[in-house]
Design a protein around this ligand. Structure first.
Ligand code: MG
Ligand code: ZN
Length: 430
């Protein structure tokens, strides 16, 4: 199922429209990893104020423009995040696992690289390690997403007109940047970058270029740590880019929506959605001050086959989800360590310690912690009527949201590569 994508695959109308559209000075591209339509719907009910008759709309509702197909260029239909990000960053579909390389493993130029060539300031922000598949596909090239050290090396070695590719990086990944064989952080510092290693001291970053690494790998889950860590990094990134005054391209990823989806952990997923939604609000606020900026938000694919409503019942209990205080992994850890299961269960899950639940949890605890994690998730999914079909990804279309200058280019049913083609055409006009 090899497909070739050229300008000819764009409709005449959309090509014409993009040729005449005003060119935004700045581009903010936000990717919710794994954020299929069920996630934005669930988030609407999750953040609803139960004291009002209406269901309040979300920031996603305020800027929905269309849908995008996500299939990769292999025979799988179901994309991974590497092929998904490669399509969204380069306008070329590739195989699962590819980091900005094509089916022949040849490098594909990314929109961030083109932006850098054009003299724009470039930035990547993620709640995963900053060299994870999604951000990596904007600034590195590798035949396999798992080559984390090589990908991190590219953030120094992949020079664009003699310069480092990314001016500002905020995320996790210290273990890949400070290694025995190479200390990339020292190389960044030697190249004039400010280095920040504590999210609590985020405000101490004074200007670009800069790199902030806030965890060995990904940052801790929002539900188990700072619920607005991505929001804070987004606010800081946009304020540094604003102060810099040059046109910029930034990709901001809500990385861990996907990880909660893989875990089939609904409370984890909604906490990540909240952090991502608040980060999008920061970007919208930026556009209110700088109307010459374009914001595009989409997802690379959906994860977990999330379903709002399950077990043949016509209901979904957002209040149950809101009552959960930690990820299932952390709840299980606490249950393992405690001799008061009832108290731990009630305070962490917000659910009653019924006889049935006691039996399930106690039996699972006797097996091992892994069994206990599964039992915790089963009880929370059942109580909230949340369904999941897989621990992997699904191939349903994802939503496209756009706001600001040029947002009308993203209306309708499109292919994920079309989003990149339009953004690249804006960047090329700088
Ligand atoms: Mg990702
Ligand atoms: Zn995934």
């Amino acid at each position: 199922m090899k497909r070739t994508f050229t300008l000819a695959t764009l409709s005449f109308a959309s090509f014409f429209a993009s040729a005449n559209a005003p060119t935004p000075k700045n581009i903010i591209y936000m990717i919710g990893d794994g954020m299929g339509p069920a996630y934005t719907s669930a988030y609407r009910y999750y953040q609803d104020d139960p004291n009002t008759a209406v269901v309040e709309s979300t920031v996603f509702d305020s800027m929905l423009t269309g849908m995008a197909h996500t299939y990769p260029d292999d025979d799988t239909i179901v994309t991974d995040s590497a092929a998904g990000a490669t399509a969204l960053a380069t306008a070329t579909k590739s195989y699962n696992g590819a980091i900005a390389v094509d089916g022949e493993k040849q490098k594909l130029k990314t929109m961030l690289e083109i932006a850098k060539e054009k003299g724009m300031t470039t930035a990547l922000v993620a709640s995963s390690q900053i060299n994870h598949a999604t951000p990596a596909s904007f600034a590195a090239h590798n035949e396999a997403r798992g080559n984390y050290d090589d990908i991190a090396n590219d953030y120094i070695d992949n020079k664009i007109n003699g310069k480092l590719p990314v001016d500002l990086m905020l995320g996790g990944g210290t273990q890949y940047f400070i290694r025995e064989d190479r200390n990339l952080v020292n190389e960044f510092i030697a190249a004039g970058y400010q280095y920040s290693d504590s999210l609590a001291q985020l405000e101490q970053i004074e200007q670009v270029p800069a790199i902030g690494l806030y965890a060995a790998k990904g940052l801790p889950f929002a539900l188990d740590s700072d619920p607005e860590r991505l929001t804070k990094m987004t606010r800081k990134a946009l304020s540094l880019l604003e102060q810099n005054e040059k046109p910029f391209f930034v990709m901001i990823e809500g990385s861990q929506i996907d990880w909660c989806g893989h875990a089939n952990d609904i409370a984890c997923a909604m906490a990540e959605m909240h952090d991502f939604a608040e980060a999008i609000k920061i970007a919208k606020d930026f556009i209110a001050k700088h109307p010459d900026t374009l914001l595009v938000v989409t997802a690379d694919h959906s994860t977990g086959g999330l379903t709002i409503g399950a077990q043949g019942q016509y209901k979904w209990q957002a209040d149950v989800v809101k009552g959960v205080q930690a990820t299932a992994e952390v709840i299980a850890e606490r249950l393992m360590a405690s001799d008061n299961m009832q108290e731990q269960w009630q305070s962490n899950s917000g659910l009653a310690y019924t006889k049935e639940r006691e039996v399930l949890l106690t039996q699972a605890k006797q097996v091992d912690e892994e069994a206990l994690v599964l039992a915790v998730k089963k009880l929370i999914n059942e109580a909230s009527f949340t369904g999941w079909t897989t621990s992997g990804h699904t191939a349903i279309d994802v939503q496209v949201f756009a706001h600001g200058m040029g947002h009308e280019q993203f209306i309708g049913s499109q292919n994920n590569v079309d989003i990149a083609t339009k953004l690249i055409s804006f960047i090329n006009k700088q």
